[in-house]
Design a protein around this ligand. Structure first.
Ligand SMILES: Nc1nc2c(ncn2[C@@H]2O[C@H](COP(=O)(O)OP(=O)(O)OP(=O)(O)O)[C@@H](O)[C@H]2O)c(=O)[nH]1
Ligand SMILES: [Mg+2]
Length: 415
């Protein structure tokens, strides 16, 4: 079983690096936070990739990009079939779907002005669709990433948000004279012009429009500095939402208990997740990422048993999981509001042309249509779309039909 997983993971990575796959799968999850909070450990647990992990600041000086997987109930259960996943994998009727994750080097206060490794870090974040902010919730890391006691992690929650807001504001302010000049002299559309100037931040016209609404700036062309700030904050909230991961929960829960009323924080122990994923990889235990328990398969020594017992008693039993998989799932399903759709070519057998059952699971934003799915599979399939079939109801659906989570869809194309 473990050998299978490894082989499949390698396959998934290969497929993802093919140009066509990359262009249709642009979603990126950025892992951010100050130095030494456990970002690389969290990343490594998610991707089991080889990145440096060390207990000193700035271990990571270049963004690491890897592939993690979100976990969801596979539809093979609903149809009572055995699936042969191609772009994802399925174990115990749980489907694991790849998403791109970036481990960014530590961010320190003042980064937007070039402090620490400043703009380089922010540049790494430009493409991210959502940020997982890893915080040392035990309060044992100071604001520069050095070991301490009694630090209040609430400072980190606030500083990171401010840094990113200020970075957005800085970019907007630098471009504002040009943008407003163009609008005044050439009567260009403000939304279009802003989206164009900010496209490097993965911001589009819909985001810009929403931010203008939220900042109550519709119809206004002369923006004050306060307006620019306000707009930057709204735009950041829309285009780079932040999920807080309260890491190192194994060390102390006091801060978590105090802050959980005020913020939505997912308690996590990345070190435990990394340990049990490694144990699983070495066939010592049976464990699925995100599970609340694992089963020891034998062949472990006393030290390993003690470590596993510690993880079980202090993390899994107390918090329901290590929190790592939960962070990724929350970011993708709850924040980015993605649904899972399974395209097939044969609506009776639920197979592709090679006979693979439920081969692919695609992530699509809520509200996506049958035509969106066709284009996600391939531009050519989108161009030749003439209809689709909902394999649960066997009913024909049109291009504007809005898809639901766990839909299994056959796309009909013009020959
Ligand atoms: N107790 C405990 N220690 C952890 C946990 N996660 C990470 N650590 C430790 O925290 C230290 C820093 O971990 P890294 O993953 O290198 O931190 P980072 O945020 O990537 O650091 P930079 O790359 O310097 O920004 C290492 O000693 C890890 O073993 C955790 O959940 N619990
Ligand atoms: Mg690191």
């Amino acid at each position: 079983m473990v050998g299978d997983i490894r082989r499949i993971s390698a396959h998934v990575n290969l497929r993802l690096s093919a140009p066509q796959q990359r262009s249709s799968d642009r979603m990126e999850i950025g892992i951010v936070g100050k130095p030494n909070v456990g970002k690389s450990t969290f990343f490594r647990a998610l991707t089991l990739a080889d990145v440096e992990i060390a207990s000193f600041p700035f271990t990571t000086i270049q963004a690491n990009i890897g592939v993690g997987q979100v976990r969801t109930d596979c539809v093979c259960r609903d149809f009572n079939v055995d699936c042969n996943p191609q772009n994802s994998y399925c174990i115990d009727r749980q489907r694991f779907i790849p998403v791109k994750v970036i481990d960014v080097a530590g961010l320190v206060p003042g980064a937007h002005m070039g402090k620490g490794l400043g703009n380089q870090f922010l540049d790494d974040l430009r493409r991210a669709d959502v940020l997982i902010h890893v915080v040392d919730i035990s309060g044992r890391t100071d604001d520069r990433g050095n070991s301490t006691e009694g630090y209040d992690p609430e400072f980190d929650i606030k500083f990171l948000e401010e840094e990113i807001d200020l970075w957005f504001y800085g970019i907007l302010k630098r471009n504002w004279a040009k943008i407003s000049g163009r609008i005044r002299h050439t009567h260009k559309d403000l939304v279009k012009e802003l989206a164009k100037q900010l496209s490097g931040l993965e911001v589009d016209e819909v985001d810009v429009k929403e931010a203008i609404n939220k900042a109550e700036l519709e119809g206004k062309l002369d923006w004050s500095d306060d307006d620019l700030r306000n707009f930057s904050i709204k735009l950041r909230e829309i285009s780079k939402p932040i999920l807080i991961c309260g890491n190192k929960i194994d060390l102390d829960t006091k801060n978590f208990d105090r802050l959980k009323e005020k913020y939505e924080i997912i308690p996590a122990c990345s070190e435990a997740e990394l340990a049990i994923r490694r144990a699983e990889k070495s066939d010592l235990i049976r464990y699925l990422p995100g599970d609340s328990d694992f089963e020891i398969l034998g062949g472990i020594n006393e030290k390993q048993r003690n470590a596993l017992d510690f993880i079980k008693r202090n993390i899994l039993d107390k918090f329901g999981s290590t929190g790592v998989q939960k962070c990724l799932n929350t970011a993708v399903f709850d924040i980015l509001k993605q649904i899972v759709v399974y395209p097939v070519e044969n609506e009776n057998k639920l197979t592709d042309s090679k006979g693979n059952v439920l081969p692919d699971a695609y992530l699509l934003p809520e509200g996506s249509t049958a035509l969106d799915l066709a284009y996600k599979i391939h531009t050519d399939i989108g161009d030749r779309f003439i209809g689709a079939v909902d394999c649960r109801t066997r009913k024909k659906i049109g291009k504007d039909h809005v898809l639901k989570n766990n839909d299994v869809i056959k796309i009909l194309v013009r020959k």
